[in-house]
Design a protein around this ligand. Sequence first.
Ligand SMILES: [Zn+2]
Length: 445
Amino acid sequence: MAPSVEAPAKRRRGLLVSLVIVLVVGLLAVPAAIALTGGSPDTPATAAAPSPTGSPAASPTGPPASPKPGDPPYVKVAWAKFRINGELAAMSDALRKGDLAAFVRPAADKKIRGELERRFRSLRAMRISNVQLTADSGPFDDKLVGGWSEWGVGVGINHCFVVSDCKPDKMLVDTTWRDSPAGYQLVKISTSTNANGPQPWEVAVLTAAVGSRAMVVAPKALASRARAFLPAAERAAKIADRYVLGKKPDRYIVYLAGPSDWKKWFGGSADWAIGFAVPTSDERSDIVLKAEDISGGYAEAVMKHEMGHVATLSGRDYRDVNGENWWLTEGIAEYVEWDGRPVSAYDREQNARRLIREKKFTGNLEKLVPDDDAPDWQIDGAYGLGYYATRCLADQYGHAKMLRFADQVLRGGRPSEAEAPTILGAEWSAVSKRCLAYTKQKVGA
Ligand SMILES: [Zn+2]
């Protein structure tokens, strides 16, 4: 299960934020000398071969020489890299044009062709754009299989969805290529290695309902529900847009999961949850909803909460969201969901009051994160207390200051104690005390 921030089962509800380790991308990008540009098939591979003496075969103006018997290993490596990158460029082109036959052409057998076809169909349905597959690392480990060389290559899938004027997200997969009489053939492809894999489009054939701010994506069996959810997703997205703290998402992507998808996609999630948000690249976070547990009427509220996470957390490494800032991570998602409706109508009031009374909550927000096995009412109440505290910051200190505070604490990794005096004009201990009084007054505790 991916690390996650979660929401409770009130009204059969659970909304999580999963976390991911996206820093890996930056680290892998360091050895730029071995990364190839991924141009068209006839673009020369200009990267230097990994040879300390330099490679006469890797001329900056032309392709590397085809290896001859007796050539040093780097000549073979440079050649393999050049040829594989050519295949990847042709595949990128095929994906852009919608040419399935060309996309699966490098497949070595029926099984791998199936793997490629599934990705092709799903990514095309999701309107993949600005796509470029490149050899990000390798080729490595030239080993002989059945008399032919096999090379491991880390492939970067640089892409956006729907819009072409965009900064591509980079996802990495491991691949194996065979140097066969029919050319370089793909014999293996992994699912995402740098995010919370597998991404749904890697393991399921998907359809998509695409709107102006959101996209609802589902397996074929749930296609009509995806279409039915789109208007609510669009409304939720327009609300979430008003709370974006980082880069505005091109589209909010909402995946609808069937029962087996739910266990598989992005590594699965907590049993009690019915939705979660998960980082899917350095810059993007996507949403998964458990289709069987979300009725049409409730979908919009759940999507507002999850899109609230996407709006406030995308582009950040949010591994610590289950730590001391859990209250604010979930509080602001609840705040987005509630979107300015009267605090007196807030629907977790009862369990928030019960938590204050029965668990003797004394305002220590940093300890609010509920145990995974806590009863539903306690999880519900904890989300409620996170909401009231966040709403308190907005009502007592100002909406804009609350957003700045959340930005510094959730995205900047700054301690509340350090940010409260400068942003809110008061010590954090005083703010906590004031917000406890606010909360008690609102819930009647
Ligand atoms: Zn949440």
